[in-house]
Design a protein around this ligand. Sequence first.
Ligand code: ADP
Length: 226
Amino acid sequence: MIELNSVSKVYPNGTHALDNIDLTIEDGEFAFIVGASGAGKSTLIKLLLREEIPTSGNVYVNGFDLVKMKRRHIPMYRRSLGVVFQDFRLIPNMNVYDNVAFALRVTNTPTKEVRKKVPYILNLVGLLSKAKVYPEELSGGEQQRVALARALINNPRLIIADEPTGNIDPQLSYEIVDLLSEINKVGVTVVMVTHEHGLVSRFNRRVITINDGVIVSDGIGLPKNY
Ligand code: ADP
């Protein structure tokens, strides 16, 4: 579960990025976070990833108190999440298999388990046949599916996707969100930031709209004024 209580973020230069936000996302939900550029979406994601801490208020994710969290506990916390970024962040000199296996190896997973889990996850995202291929040989949509496989490999309870479709064409974007929906169906909470209204409107999901650092609407589907 994600819980933000009276969260404000003011950057050192005085910019008010978030202003007194209250937000709860329950386990098993699928929520889009939408808003214009500069609305505060990335700041919200940075708070959830514990890359930033709020100026005031509290942030809790899956039982972790992110404001009180000690620095040395941050890597362990982040490994409990599945995170997908707009720019994929794959390792260019590793093939698809190793890009995904890497996320298991850093947690010292036994080789036997790696050999079982990686093909299973690659199959789930439809890329088993590309296991030996390097990222540069893949389309944007395929690269994002590898990133998704990597995000899923440690069985996270929560997937945070920050503009995951920002670098891929509309049809493949739909497929990525469809895949996230499938993942959500098995109980994984999904939070996806996007500014693509066309995409959001194709899914009947919770939409949290941020404008100027404030939540201006929160409900199923896009608000009427979009
Ligand atoms: P979005 O992701 O919706 O585009 P951001 O969270 O990136 O919005 O930005 C919200 C506001 O905070 C904007 O006015 C932006 O210029 C400002 N901002 C973002 N990051 C910083 C930073 N590191 N320092 C100062 N201001 C920032």
